[in-house]
Design a protein around this ligand. Structure first.
Ligand SMILES: *Cc1c(COP(=O)(O)O)cnc(C)c1O
Length: 644
């Protein structure tokens, strides 16, 4: 159903405010006077692309919607911002250590993404975090900087550990993190078998709980991380095996998307004290890895609600630096190099999914026929009611009118049953009733958010809402939890300078009950209907789903039942234009690594070359090199999926 309204006071800035673009979009997304979403891939440094024109041009190159557009400049800008924030905090608090981050590969395993981060991060020796054997292989093949850290998390079997040990011999810096009580023993056995040890980390299970959506995966009952008794037992086992000297890193991870900074502060204090204790127990230490969790303000509300954060990137860096310093200083313990595994905060902004709307249910009512001479009374009553509704500005009168309209509609039904009204006449009655509802909804749309609206009327707009059919298969194939739990900014990328006159939600073409998008950001809250425009004949209506670069890309690619969702990587040119760096044709059933554009052959070849060099330098024995290659080949053969 269409809610008509006049357009005269609506500008593109109103559109940006309505969808929160001016809050969550800053500094990468904005709006032009023409009502198009604009992208500034380099943030404040300028250079802007018109997203609508961009999609048109990409279509001209034969790419189809839905289309995942990755702005590599944004990825780089995020990386710079993260480092700049830590550099500022370190200077401000006189911290005598460094920050050296890693990217958790599971956050976005796409080869171009990981490669890009490694390349751009080289100047800071930015590293990678692997949570499974497949990710370890990806990290090993892409990370060649000998100073960058390769944090090895996840459940580890003997082959995983041996691969890490051999990678250290190769000149890399893998840190094998003990996450489960029996892993210390496995590390000891592997080290004894190979006569070489990895760098060792230990993951503490903190008592501090995340308030976020993933809060239940941390705390004392969490699946990963050692309880304090297990942690102490592992330290003693390492000591007995002569490996305590390799214990360098303390790791914790409170869960993704920490919304409330207070949770992080608690965890940091607890971890800081454990770090100090570990140095007292004789471990050399040197690194404190604060895990992931750095949140993204999806709705721009700056609140401690699930889709937001009550802190900025700079607040986060300040708290990490200041708290760790406060823990170490009184004990005379040298401050550690700070590591974070920030995935979401780095990768969310750079991807935009654009899809088109194929049609909308309930939008194209036929025009109301003019009243006939001998029109039945019930229809005349409805016409009068509609006139009254359109003329009035009083809530109370509107409610009365609406009650009248509903009553007349019932009368019309009764009259039809008794044969006094024919079918076209009954249809007119329904149309008139709907028009009354739309007129009231239009009036309600102009009221301030806190206006006292009677419940019956408040529900009216929802009952008139349209379903927009999205040309997108992901809702059908994406897990329920995704659609239900996570909010993303969703908005039309054109016509933002026109007042949206409809309310709607999205469904994919199957109308599968899971194939829906009906939860939208609303400044710290959630709304079930989005303000949208009435579709115009022959005019495309494109919707953007933003901040989709972390964890969600799978929806644009791997889980798409139709298979061929395209993706492009774009770079801004100094002249203001752009180049398309990579075009990735989506694929469906290829093995996971290949689906993420990794080439297992190339991976083996790179590591073979690195091994040859290490042999040449006398770092690696030929027998170790062949063992490493055997592990890699075997692991590749086993890998059919990645752990989440
Ligand atoms: C998922 C995960 C991360 C990444 O978390 P973000 O919230 O995306 O930064 C980091 N470390 C570990 C151990 C994880 O499981």
């Amino acid at each position: 159903m269409v809610i008509q309204a006049n357009n005269n006071t609506w500008t593109a800035a109103d559109g940006a405010a309505l969808y929160g673009l001016d809050r969550w979009g800053d500094p990468y997304f904005g709006v032009s006077e023409r009502g198009h979403v604009m992208v500034q891939p380099q943030g404040d440094r300028g250079g802007a692309l018109d997203l609508v024109e961009l999609v048109q041009e990409l279509q001209g190159r034969g790419l189809g919607l839905p289309l995942l557009i990755r702005f590599d400049d944004i990825l780089e800008d995020r990386l710079e911002r993260l480092h700049a924030a830590f550099e500022r905090a370190i200077a401000q608090y006189g911290y005598s250590g460094r920050y050296q981050g890693v990217f958790p590969v599971k956050c976005n395993q796409q080869r171009h993404v990981v490669e890009q981060l490694v390349e751009s991060g080289r100047r800071w020796h930015f590293g990678l975090e692997a949570g499974s054997k497949a990710e370890l292989l990806i990290a090993l093949s892409l990370l060649s900087d000998p100073e960058a850290l390769l944090i090895c998390n996840g459940t580890k079997d003997r082959r995983y550990i041996e691969t890490a040990i051999l990678a250290r011999r190769l000149g890399r810096q893998p840190v094998v993190v003990i996450e489960q009580a029996d892993e210390a023993q496995r590390i000891i056995e592997a080290s004894q078998a190979l006569g070489a040890a990895p760098l060792i980390g230990i993951r503490a299970r903190l008592s501090s709980r995340s308030s976020g959506r993933w809060g239940s995966s941390v705390g004392e009952k969490a699946k990963f991380g050692l309880s304090l008794p297990d942690l102490l037992a592992s330290v003693e086992a390492l000591r007995d095996a002569g490996l305590l000297n390799e214990l360098r890193l303390l790791h914790f991870h409170v869960g993704s998307q920490i919304s409330d900074i207070a949770v992080l502060k608690d965890a940091l204090q607890e971890a800081g004290q454990i770090y100090v204790e570990l140095t007292r127990l004789g471990a050399p230490m040197g690194y404190l890895d604060v895990g992931g969790g750095l949140g993204v303000d999806y709705d721009g509300s700056r609140t401690a609600t699930a889709a937001s954060t009550n802190y900025s990137l700079q607040n986060y860096a300040n708290d990490v630096v200041a708290t760790v310093r406060e823990c170490c200083q009184p004990h005379g313990v040298p401050v550690p190099t700070l590591v974070s595994e920030s995935g979401r905060a780095l990768a969310s902004h750079f991807s935009v999914l654009v899809f088109d709307v194929l049609g909308a249910e309930g939008q194209h009512q036929p025009a109301l026929p003019a009243p006939a001479e001998d029109e039945p009374l019930v229809l005349r009553n409805l016409r009068d009611t509609l006139q009254a509704v359109e003329a009035t500005q009083e809530l109370e009168q509107l409610q009365e009118a609406w009650n009248d309209a509903l009553k007349f509609k019932d009368d019309a039904l009764a009259a039809f049953r008794l044969g006094y009204l024919n079918l076209p006449q009954r249809a007119i009655a329904e149309q008139l009733t709907a028009a009354c509802g739309a007129a009231i909804a239009r009036y309600l749309g102009t009221l301030p958010a806190d206006a006292q609206v009677p419940e019956e009327l408040r529900r009216l707009p929802a009952s008139l809402a349209s379903t927009y059919y999205a040309n997108l298969s992901i809702f059908r194939s994406a897990p329920d939890t995704w659609a239900i739990d996570q909010l993303f900014p969703v908005l039309p990328i054109q016509r933002l300078h026109e007042r949206p006159t409809a309310l709607g939600s999205f469904a994919d073409l199957t109308c599968d009950s899971d194939g829906k998008l009906e939860r939208f950001i609303d400044r710290g809250q959630v709304k079930s209907l989005l303000e949208l425009h009435n579709l115009q004949p022959e005019q495309p209506y494109w919707i953007g789903l933003f901040l989709a670069g972390a964890y969600q890309e799978v929806m644009g690619n791997l889980h798409n039942l139709f298979g061929s969702t395209d993706a492009v990587h774009l770079r801004l040119l100094p002249s203001g234009g752009y180049t398309v760096d990579h075009v990735v044709r989506g694929d469906t059933n290829a093995k996971v690594m290949q689906a993420m554009e990794h080439n297992p052959e190339l991976l083996l070849e790179r590591l073979r070359l690195a091994s040859e060099e290490a042999i040449g330098r006398g770092q690696l024995k030929i027998s170790e090199a062949s063992r490493l290659m055997a592990h890699l080949e075997a692991s590749l053969g086993q890998t059919t999926y990645l752990k989440g």
